[in-house]
Design a protein around this ligand. Structure first.
Ligand SMILES: [Zn+2]
Ligand SMILES: [Zn+2]
Length: 393
């Protein structure tokens, strides 16, 4: 399978660069979706478009037996590209700065590989290729691409679902696996603390929201260390504080926003309660507050059984030395919604270019080592092949 994937290298690079040069924001992946659908149709694969707005599904197999789904995301980011790659963005202000162009190209490579397998081997199941819109952002109803596709039935009848994410700072070709919780519940919050504004010389005449904030901040930063069981990962960070306009004027209100991350649902709920308690200090100090918590993506739970399949495939294709057991961290990925619908797992694929420059995700110089794409395609395709030929699952 790896050799067959390596034979697709030029095609994978061509597809990735085409998508990279024509990036589209979430739920606007019209050109990308058309490219995907056309490529799948040329391969003789049945295609469904408009799934979860701009998503595309390709289905290989007879319809009988179990189904494994493979997911790639297609969207880009609102970033002005700042490198001189000759395949750089032609849509000013939009850039594939997270590698979703590579994910889409890799899954099209998987389509090539599995169509060959389906034509020559006896299958007893199906593979569903999920080309997902809008991983990076949610629509006006707070819905991102994965739940949008699920609502449209994309995971119906699916027994297992797998995916990968390229990692631009990790050594090229390494496969990173983590069982269980591996990416976080990601919830944003916004709050307003209200007091009585007034002259800075007479703070005793009212309640100062800046002073109130100073006490609230103490309590917020104490939540992970004093309120949450130390054996449950979580983090709270404040990203913005805004208020006031002059040296001698106490403002009427202060605005605060931040993020809360956790793995477990009970901790997710507890963080919300503790945050509310922290802001209630405002009332004890003669002020008031408003707190809005915006629930984001749930934590990613990688099923050990599915990780085990991909671990075996990786060992067989590229060797044990390429496998890294790693902690993915407290980031978030909306693939987690799919992994709630069926047993699932995502692995990370190291994709650093071999030089001194770090091209981090979501930066204007992001780029990946395209040489790793066949490895990603081979691991996904071989896992699916073993699934539909009854070797696993
Ligand atoms: Zn991203
Ligand atoms: Zn991403």
């Amino acid at each position: 399978m790896l050799n067959k994937a390596k034979a697709l290298q030029d095609e994978l690079v061509r597809l990735r660069r085409d998508i990279h040069a024509h990036p589209e924001l979430g739920f606007q992946e019209f050109r990308t979706a058309a490219l995907v659908a056309d490529t799948l149709r040329e391969l003789g694969i049945s295609v469904k478009t408009g799934v979860g707005k701009t998503g595309v599904i390709g289905e290989i197999g007879s319809g009988d037996g179990p189904t494994i789904a493979i997911r790639a995301d297609m969207d880009a980011l609102p970033i002005l590209q700042n490198n001189d790659a000759d395949y750089r963005s032609t849509n000013s202000g939009i850039m594939h700065a997270c590698g979703h162009d590579a994910h889409t190209a890799i899954l099209l490579g998987v389509a090539h590989l599995l169509r060959q397998s389906a034509a020559t081997e006896k299958w007893q199941g199906n593979v569903r290729l999920l080309f997902q819109p809008s991983e990076e952002m949610s629509d006006e109803n707070g819905v991102s691409g994965a739940p949008a596709m699920i609502t449209d039935g994309a995971l119906e009848g699916v027994d297992a679902v797998i995916a990968l994410h390229v990692m631009s700072a990790y050594p090229a070709g390494k496969i990173y696996l983590q069982d269980g919780y591996s990416l976080a519940n990601s919830d944003a919050f916004e709050a307003w603390i209200y007091g009585d504004g007034g002259h800075g010389a007479y703070p005793h005449a009212g309640s100062d929201p800046v002073h109130i904030l100073s006490q609230v901040l103490n309590q917020i930063y104490a939540i992970p260390s004093r309120q949450i069981n130390a054996q449950r990962p979580c983090v709270i960070s404040i990203g913005e504080i805004r208020g006031g306009a002059a040296s001698n004027v106490i403002p009427n209100q202060i605005y605060i926003q931040g993020t809360m991350r956790s793995y477990h649902d009970d901790i997710r709920d507890q963080l919300g309660v503790e945050l509310e308690n922290a802001f209630r200090i405002s009332e004890l100090m003669g002020g008031s507050y408003k707190l809005d918590i915006h629930r984001g993506y749930p934590a990613l739970f990688n099923t050990a059984e599915v990780n085990g399949w991909m671990r075996d495939v990786t060992r067989d294709l590229v060797g044990e030395s390429e496998i890294v057991d790693a902690e993915f961290g407290m980031g978030a990925e909306d693939f987690s919604y799919m992994a709630q619908e069926a047993k699932g797992a995502m692995f990370m694929l190291g994709a650093a270019i071999d030089d001194e420059i770090v091209r981090n995700h979501h930066t204007d110089i992001f780029d990946i080592n395209e040489g790793v794409m066949p490895i990603g395609a081979a691991v996904l395709a071989e896992t699916a092949r073993r699934f539909v030929t009854g070797q696993i699952g």
